[in-house]
Design a protein around this ligand. Structure first.
Ligand SMILES: [Zn+2]
Length: 290
């Protein structure tokens, strides 16, 4: 399990949740909605122009791609207010699904192309979107093994398709908002240093932050977190591999003195690993921008 969090008793409090900023609804939301339209457009091109509509796989790909774009934009714009992000993500994912149908309608009736795989080829008299959807449901959707979903079953397939897009999008966005956010310099915390170290080396780090190395602990992983301006407090994630199925994970917030001690301990561990034959296994990343 990687979800246990502890704060050092005498250490600083964790950063407060990100506060609301207008850049969320005024910048992130409109641009993210535009990215949703791009995802919808690509999905329709795959279906209409290339004649491919793989069930399950296509909505999952759309959702994962949309989620990655939303998280990237969230970090680029340094928007951290979680309710804005989560509610916005749900709205954008649902709008993306609806847009897919509407773009399909536009491509079929408003901007038809020769040789395109029209979604309702025989319903040439259909003019509005509502009629288009009814006609599509009546004509039926092709399912694997020669089945066709018609009428209510077609709507059910579309509903499932929409939920898959929504679920896949959230599966990317929700873990993306788990890092802390600094309300002082308005930036997401990022990993500035990380690596895998042996249990002996991990004792030095555990000592700095007042943690006890678990019994029968194996190799440890650490991540040092900080905001862009280094306002503090810095965070340390420390976890150990254990013979049982789980790893034990701890997040500790560091005061300036602990931060200095930890940096020195990491430098020492780094130097030892580089001078030992097992240096190849060391994956320490130096501070970004160094
Ligand atoms: Zn900061």
């Amino acid at each position: 399990m990687d979800n246990e969090r502890k704060t050092c008793a005498d250490g600083p409090a964790p950063p407060e949740p990100a506060r609301f900023l207008w850049r969320g609804p005024l910048f992130w939301l409109p641009v993210a909605t535009g990215l949703g339209l791009v995802a919808a457009w690509i999905a329709v091109v795959v279906q209409v122009d290339f004649g491919r509509s793989p069930l399950v796989i296509l909505p999952l790909l759309v959702g994962v791609g949309l989620g990655a774009m939303l998280v990237g934009l969230m970090r680029l714009a340094q928007v951290g207010h979680r309710p804005t992000i989560v509610i916005g993500t749900v709205a954008i994912a649902l709008a993306t699904v609806a847009s897919q149908h509407y773009i399909g309608y536009l491509k079929t009736y408003r901007w038809p192309r020769q040789n395109a795989n029209l979604l309702v080829p025989q319903a040439l008299s259909v003019v509005d979107f509502d009629e288009y959807m009814q006609q599509r449901a009546k004509n039926g959707l092709s399912l694997p093994w020669g089945y066709t979903a018609r009428n209510r079953l077609a709507w059910l397939v579309w509903a499932i398709d929409g939920l898959l897009v929504l679920g896949a999008t959230l599966s990317v966005v929700v873990p993306g908002v788990r890092l802390p956010y600094c309300n002082r310099c308005l930036s997401w915390y990022r990993v500035i240093r990380s690596g895998r170290i042996d249990v002996e080396a991990s004792r030095a780090l555990a000592e700095v932050v007042g943690l006890v190395v678990p019994d029968r602990a194996g190799a440890a992983r650490y991540r040092l977190l900080a905001c862009n301006a280094g306002c503090g407090p810095a965070g340390l994630d420390l976890s150990w591999e254990q013979p049982s199925r789980n790893t034990s994970s701890n997040r500790t917030w560091l005061n300036p003195q602990q931060h200095n001690q930890l940096t020195q301990a990491l430098d020492k561990i780094n130097a030892q690993q580089h001078s030992s034959p097992s240096a190849a296994s060391n994956r320490n990343q130096r501070k970004l921008g160094d």
